[in-house]
Design a protein around this ligand. Structure first.
Ligand code: SME
Length: 159
């Protein structure tokens, strides 16, 4: 087992350490499932106030559940549907302060109140999305968005 517990005084430092820890976990490992599994465990352990952290993969133009930490979740999400589907269709980060106000939000876990979804693409092609859910309204800030984009840039090289 890796002990990559991260203690940081600021969010900037937290994400710097998290990116470095992720890089050390995935470098040299070509298996995408293993890398998504370790990434979801690392994120869930390191970021406070999350109830779900994981991946949906682009399988032939549909999002299919990948490795995650949290409660069992919906398996297939069409592009354009819900928060994940919006990120997949637009290739834009979706940062939603109140998921109940998001048209078409898919409630996999009733505890989720806010959500951050980051597309992971290579050469303009969607590979997967990183999905983070929180039980706290407006849990995710611009710093979280920037930090998670940096994490996904690392993952784009190994998925
Ligand atoms: N809430 C997401 C579905 C995935 S779960 O949160 C794990 C959405 O609306 O896309």
């Amino acid at each position: 087992m890796y002990d990559l517990r991260i203690q940081a005084d600021s969010k900037a430092e937290l994400y710097r350490d998290l990116v470095a820890a992720l890089e050390s976990l995935v470098t040299g490992e070509p298996d995408p499932t293993a890398n998504m599994a370790n990434a979801s465990a690392l994120i869930m352990e390191s970021l406070p106030d999350l109830n779900w952290a994981g991946f949906y993969r682009n399988v032939g133009g549909e999002l299919v559940l990948g490795p995650f930490q949290g409660r069992a979740a919906c398996i297939r999400i069409p592009f354009g549907k819900g928060v994940c589907g919006a990120a997949a269709e637009t290739l834009q980060v979706q940062r939603v302060d109140d998921v109940h106000a998001f048209p078409g939000h898919i409630a996999c876990d009733a505890a989720s109140a806010s959500e951050l979804v980051v597309p992971i693409a290579r050469n303009g092609e969607l590979i997967a999305v990183l999905d983070l859910d929180s039980p706290r309204v407006a849990r995710f800030t611009q710093e979280d968005e920037d930090g998670c984009v940096a994490l996904c840039e690392v993952l784009a090289r190994v998925l």
